[in-house]
Each structure stands twice: as structure tokens, then as C-alpha cells.
Design a protein around this ligand. Structure first.
Ligand code: AR6
Length: 208
């Protein structure tokens, strides 16, 4: 279709083949951490069980930022699948720091993992909540046989988390799951975020 041709072109142009690769730990069989600049809705690993993570809100019915982009690219079936996720309290399907999984519909990946990061200036213990969002996404991935996962910079947009602190939490949490997934990717939307993630990875990890 025109749509998939456009997607294939955008994929090639978005440089997901390149990026930078680090070892998640020194242990034998440890997975890789890969960094890319680009649009997460275009990311996938050919032929693999793969997931992108959505920086959603508790209602899980869409929004702005990466959430809007993911719903737009997945098509209207995604919001229908989200509506079927049970509410844990009125209107809330995914409390802050938790994660939920759905199919990915028109996206090139097999699953979407929806998580909710903290609102930096409003939620108490934002460090713990951001760590929980990454950790619960990675656990859910593992439970669902996902071997390749891509995260955006959760909470670093509308929720205003300071990016350097967010990068420390994101990468140190990914490192704790070094044996469980083949690859953990971060797809950063801006040069600034990409540079911060790269510097943080250089401080914490070694290159392959
Ligand atoms: N690919 C990768 N990253 C993206 C993309 C994209 N296509 N689009 C934006 N980003 P945000 P939050 C980056 O605001 O701070 C929504 O309304 C963006 O530059 O999307 O967790 C939800 O419904 C930023 O670095 O998420 C919630 O209500 C990062 O993704 C709320 O926003 C996250 O920014 C969540 O706020």
C-alpha cells in the first residue's frame, strides 16, 4: 500500500539501522542498549516480537505528544483496545508508574506497552514513579515474550521531567534487565535529548 511504502521509506531515512550501541552489562549473554534519533512510530525489528512504549496518561484514551503520534499511526483500533482495559478506579486504566499491553494494529511492531510517567512538578516521588514506569514496562515485555523494545523519553515532554535525571533513571533501569531482552532501544525525538542519552550511556555502560 501507499502507507506501507511511505513507512518503509521513512524507516530507511530515519536511520534506525545506525544509532549507537552499548552493552547492558559485562555478563555473558547480556543484551544491548541502542540509541536513535527519530520518530518511535516508525521503529520495528523485522520478524521479531517487538514493542514500542507509549508515554500515556492514566485514562489511556490518547493525548498529545508521542501518545498522539502512536494513536494516529496505529489507527482507531488502538483506542478501542485501550477502552477494553479495565478501570482500576473511575476513569483510570493505568495508574502512574504501572504499564499495560495492547496489540499495535497498523504500527510495524507487534505490541504497544502503555505506561504513565510522573508529572514532574506535581507527583510525589517522581524518581520512584519514573523508575517504576520503565521497570513495569520491561517486566511486561518479558512476560509477553518481547525481545526488542523501544522507549521514548517518558515524562520529558508535557510532564516536564528534567532530561538528564530522566536519562539516568531510564538507562540504569534498563541495565537491571540486561539478561531478559535482546535489545532495549531509546528513540529520542530531539538532538538535545539524543545527546543527553548518549552522554549518560557513555558514563554508565561500555560500547559493544
Ligand atoms: N517519537 C519519539 N518521541 C516523541 C515523539 C515521537 N513520534 N513525539 C514526541 N516525542 P510527551 P510525557 C517525545 O509529551 O512528557 C500526552 O498528552 C517528546 O519530545 O509525549 O510523558 C499523554 O497523553 C518527549 O521527549 O510525554 C500524557 O497526558 C517525549 O516524547 C502526557 O502527554 C515524551 O513527551 C505525557 O507526557
Amino acid at each position: 500500500s501507499v502507507c506501507s511504502a511511505r513507512r518503509a521509506f521513512a524507516m530507511a531515512a530515519s536511520g534506525f539501522e545506525g544509532g549507537e550501541t552499548f552493552r547492558l552489562s559485562a555478563a555473558a549473554g547480556a543484551g544491548a542498549l541502542k540509541l536513535h534519533k527519530g520518530d518511535i512510530t516508525l521503529w520495528s525489528v523485522d520478524g521479531a516480537t517487538d514493542a514500542i512504549v507509549n508515554a500515556a496518561n492514566g485514562r489511556m484514551l490518547g493525548g498529545g505528544g508521542v501518545d498522539g503520534a502512536i494513536h494516529q499511526a496505529a489507527g482507531p483500533q488502538l483506542v478501542q483496545a485501550c477502552r477494553k482495559v479495565p478501570e482500576v478506579k473511575p476513569g483510570i486504566r493505568c495508574p502512574t508508574g504501572e504499564a499495560r499491553i495492547t496489540p499495535a494494529f497498523e504500527l510495524p511492531v507487534s505490541h504497544v506497552i502503555h505506561t504513565v510517567g510522573p508529572i514532574y512538578d506535581m507527583d510525589r516521588q517522581p524518581e520512584l514513579l519514573l523508575k517504576n514506569a520503565y521497570e513495569n514496562s520491561l517486566k511486561l515485555a518479558k512476560e509477553n515474550g518481547i525481545q526488542y523494545i523501544a522507549f521514548p523519553a517518558i515524562s520529558c515532554g508535557i510532564f516536564r521531567y528534567p532530561p538528564k535525571e530522566a536519562a539516568n533513571i531510564a538507562i540504569s533501569t534498563a541495565r537491571q534487565f540486561s539478561g531478559d531482552l535482546k535489545e532495549v532501544h531509546f528513540v529520542l525525538f530531539t538532538d538535545e535529548l539524543y545527546d543527553i542519552w548518549r552522554e549518560t550511556a557513555q558514563e554508565m555502560l561500555t560500547r559493544f
